[in-house]
Design a protein around this ligand. Sequence first.
Ligand SMILES: CC(C)(COP(=O)(O)OP(=O)(O)OC[C@H]1O[C@@H](n2cnc3c(N)ncnc32)[C@H](O)[C@@H]1OP(=O)(O)O)[C@@H](O)C(=O)NCCC(=O)NCCS
Length: 175
Amino acid sequence: MSADQLRIATLDRDAVEAYLADLMHVSRATWDPQTCTPWVEPWTADQFRYDLAGKFSMSTYLADGDRAVGVCIAHERENGYGPHSDAPYGFIAKLALHPDYQGERAYVNSVRASGALFDASIERIEGSGLSAVRLGVLENNPTALRFYERRGFAMIGTQRGTDDLKRIVMEREFA
Ligand SMILES: CC(C)(COP(=O)(O)OP(=O)(O)OC[C@H]1O[C@@H](n2cnc3c(N)ncnc32)[C@H](O)[C@@H]1OP(=O)(O)O)[C@@H](O)C(=O)NCCC(=O)NCCS
């Protein structure tokens, strides 16, 4: 890995096709039954291809040269996640960074790769005029919880799915 080869870009339909194998590799490499929703992860090719239809503008990926090594899937959503909201909000559907690039292992313009990747999606959500962004994180994922708290997210509820795993619903409001 060379720091000057790392870049953040928008994950559009062409990028999904070009990097599909890399994206699935990242999803598999970060899959952990303790911290990831078992029936959703790791994402399949169809999830990357079809679940994202029309949801590309806020999604980002981290590229190292000609490989994708991280992904943040973000889109607009109207309710259905956490407490009722009168207004639509941005929703982070997936954040995953290959372990080789986590923590202090990788930087983009002096910012940790994880932060650079995530913040790029957050900027797109905020720039689209939405007033808040939400996400869900399993309670036994302390790394992700800490990561989101450090970025101004606060717990607004919990959700328990059919898998009986408890998800913390977090939100950040834009000023
Ligand atoms: C979530 C993810 C993108 C974060 O990227 P990262 O590079 O690991 O994040 P950072 O190192 O910038 O931040 C993690 C924070 O958690 C802390 N942390 C790490 N392990 C921890 C643990 N076991 N307990 C508590 N805090 C922990 C780190 O010290 C850091 O806090 P700091 O910035 O105050 O030092 C990455 O870990 C990942 O892809 N994980 C696998 C997929 C996943 O869980 N996605 C989220 C699903 S909601």
